[in-house]
Design a binder for this molecule. Structure first.
Ligand code: HEM
Ligand SMILES: *[C@@H]1O[C@H](CO)[C@@H](O)[C@H](O)[C@H]1NC(C)=O
Ligand SMILES: *[C@@H]1O[C@H](CO)[C@@H](O)[C@H](O)[C@H]1NC(C)=O
Length: 320
């Protein structure tokens, strides 16, 4: 009798645990599932991964571009592939905003989509391809490996004016916390996501404003480095950290040395509200990797369109 009761209690707690885990993964987004394409397009993940790996072997700098593309997609109109839409004569799309800030890598998504359309026409959304490609790029560059839920539908809106909702590189910590807070992220998740700046570069245009006056939060010798970069003009590129092609925690170490590139990077260390988090990630890469992957999975579920609220685009650059 006692044994039976104990077994029941165990079963119950197991049930609750499973429930929590499943809900945790879903973030309340009902239609997304890890195995969404299991029956309808079993090689979807592999096709995207192979396409990304081939592209990155040719140009490793594109890992950064793919991660950033997913961020810009999700922060505007939700993760719905809106960032991929080309402008038409009646509509200026997101990608033509000054805020497109040199997004690249669209041809990788097109390439994967073309192969997927051959294998399983009309099944795999462009939004899911972007999400998988970002995940694969992180891993390719040496970051954490993680599984993401799929089943996002593609949206039918992409307007230049919506890009005003992206955070600016001039934002201070309070503004960043509030911009990410509006989308349900904690300050810690915002700092973890900013850690994506362990990959890639920023153009002078995005940080030159910091160089016009003395800034006590900017290391003076690093300020000279930035000025030197800017002598090459507005499009000259400055790596965010010493290893712009590796996904590591050097970005956070740079912030501790007052060598963050954007104002919105350095402010995370300047502000007492987030400094402890920066120190933690600089000291403990495993903790950064763990928090980053959790936050990316969460970012990937922002305002996801399901069922008839979206479509599976045939061509990622055009609404059906
Ligand atoms: C916290 C607020 C953020 C701001 C203000 C910001 C701003 C910027 C700016 C200004 C650039 C340089 C763009 C250019 O030179 O044209 C950049 C690059 C980049 N951003 Fe962010 N970003 C933020 C968060 C994120 C997040 C959450 C991710 C991804 C999870 C991300 C991923 C990237 C990557 C990978 C690059 C390098 C792109 C490349 O080399 O092609 N950023 N960001
Ligand atoms: C970004 O927008 C500019 C116009 O502001 C446009 O000329 C450029 O082609 C766009 N870049 C991409 C990659 O779409
Ligand atoms: C952050 O920026 C906002 C808007 O410019 C300003 O009102 C606020 O005082 C700033 N906060 C800090 C801590 O500097």
């Amino acid at each position: 009798m006692l044994l039976k009761t104990m077994a029941m209690v165990n079963l119950l707690s197991l049930f609750i645990l499973v429930e929590v885990v499943v809900r945790g993964f879903r973030y309340g987004v009902e239609g997304l599932r890890m195995d969404y394409y299991l029956m309808s397009c079993p090689f979807a993940e592999q096709i995207v991964k192979d396409t990304v790996n081939t592209a990155l072997q040719n140009d490793p700098s594109l890992a950064a571009a793919l991660v950033r593309m997913h961020f810009h997609d999700c922060f505007i109109e939700g993760c719905d592939g809106s960032v991929l839409i080309d402008s038409t004569k009646d509509n200026t799309a997101e990608k033509d905003s000054p805020g497109n800030l040199s997004l690249r890598g669209y041809e990788i998504i097109d390439d994967a989509k073309e192969q997927l359309e051959e294998q399983c026409p009309g099944v795999v959304s462009c939004a899911d391809i972007v999400a998988m490609a970002a995940r694969d790029a992180v891993f390719w560059a040496g970051g954490p490996v993680y599984d993401i839920p799929k089943g996002r539908k593609d949206g039918r809106r992409s307007k230049i004016e919506d890009t005003i909702n992206l955070p600016f590189p001039t934002f201070n910590t309070s503004e960043l916390i509030s911009a990410f807070g509006k989308r349900g992220f904690t300050a810690q998740e915002m700092v973890a996501l900013s850690g994506a700046h362990t990959l890639g570069v920023a153009r002078c245009a995005t940080f030159k404003g910091r160089l016009s006056s003395a800034d006590p939060t900017l290391d003076s010798s690093f300020a000279k480095t930035l000025s030197k970069t800017c002598s090459g003009g507005d499009n000259a590129e400055q790596p965010f950290d010493a290893t712009p092609r590796s996904f590591d925690n050097f970005y956070f170490n740079a912030l501790m040395r007052k060598s963050g590139v954007l104002f919105s990077d350095q402010t995370l260390y300047t502000s007492p509200r987030t400094r402890g988090i920066v120190n933690g990630y600089a000291m403990n890469q495993a903790m950064f990797f763990f928090d980053f992957q959790q936050a990316m999975i969460k970012m990937g579920t922002l305002d996801v369109k399901e069922g008839s609220k979206g479509e599976v685009r045939q061509d990622c650059r055009k609404i059906n």
